[in-house]
Design a protein around this ligand. Structure first.
Ligand SMILES: C[S@@+](CC[C@H](N)C(=O)[O-])C[C@H]1O[C@@H](n2cnc3c(N)ncnc32)[C@H](O)[C@@H]1O
Length: 274
């Protein structure tokens, strides 16, 4: 399987506000749904985490604030590969009126490498469809690293686009949508088309951002969308979890979210327990 090169530069550099898809990060409803379902999964397990890692946190502080409020956390760490996102979320936390006794840190970290060495958490979140960007063996390694970073009894909660819905988007039946975006140059329109390559589990996204008649950004991106259960010979999330030595995995569908666009309307929360 080939390495997915776009992600190597797309996220590791640049300014969130200059991006055509920056509004993905500032979706209060999506984040609210992700946090609420995670809290429900924790309640189902009678689990009360004291330490939390917001992995691939992005620039938005909302998720951290919600979890600080809902849980008796003594430690919270937000980590992302993009230094400008880390600064953005850290500044937003400083400015927020919310005060907490939890020790809160913001770190630049690459989840493909060994990161946050020697630290352990009770809860790790990987929200906003932040899993599957890399080649399969690296995605597997990320799950293994999350297992290493969890205390026994801890939980990884990640959100992913619903596989069945993605699998319907063939090249002949591709899903297309447009959304208005605000860029530093002014209001623009972003056109996206998605289809699924069932031979290797990749969802292909073609996109173009137009400001009037000018194309200011365009490209093709791909990411793995894993089924939860095994389909044919393709790797599944439940299989990957077993390999990473998680003791239990669950798929919890999130309610359809009409406040976002395209495939992000249908997310699943997958919980991995150590
Ligand atoms: C789709 S965004 C989701 C952000 C946030 N979790 C949310 O729900 O809004 C994906 C995030 O993954 C981060 N990311 C990408 N590659 C990463 C890596 N190798 N290590 C850590 N973070 C990474 C990006 O910088 C970006 O913030």
């Amino acid at each position: 399987m080939k390495t997915l090169h776009w992600v190597d530069h797309y996220y590791s550099e640049g300014d969130v506000l200059a991006r055509g898809d920056h509004e993905l990060y500032f979706q209060p409803r999506r984040i609210e749904l992700e946090v609420e379902l995670t809290l429900k999964a924790l309640r189902d397990n009678s689990s009360v985490p004291g330490s939390y890692l917001n992995l691939a946190c992005g620039p938005n502080v909302q998720c951290l604030l919600k979890l600080l409020k809902a849980l008796p956390l003594h430690t919270a760490v937000c980590a992302d590969i993009n230094p400008s996102f880390v600064k953005f979320i850290s500044d937003a936390f400083e400015k927020s009126p919310y005060t907490s006794s939890a020790k809160t840190r913001f770190e630049v970290a690459d989840m493909r490498l060994t990161f946050l060495y020697g630290q352990k958490f009770d809860l790790i979140s990987l929200y906003g469809n932040s899993f599957g960007y890399f080649e399969h063996s690296i995605n597997q390694r990320i799950l293994e690293q999350c297992h290493r970073l969890l205390n026994t009894g801890g939980m990884l909660a990640l959100t992913t686009v619903n596989h069945d819905m993605v699998a319907r988007q063939t090249p002949e039946n591709a899903m297309s949508w447009r959304n208005d975006v605000m860029t530093p140059h002014g209001p623009a329109v972003r056109y996206s088309t998605r289809y699924f390559n069932s031979a290797d589990n990749r969802s292909i996204c073609n996109f173009e951002t137009r400001l009037g008649n000018d194309v200011i950004e365009s490209g093709v991106r791909d990411l793995f969308i894993y089924p939860y259960e095994t389909v044919g010979l393709l790797p599944s999330l439940s299989q990957m979890a077993l390999e990473a030595k998680f003791s239990r995995t669950r798929r919890l569908p999130l309610p359809i979210n009409d406040e976002t666009f395209g495939l992000m309307k249908h997310l699943d929360l997958i919980t991995f327990e150590k």
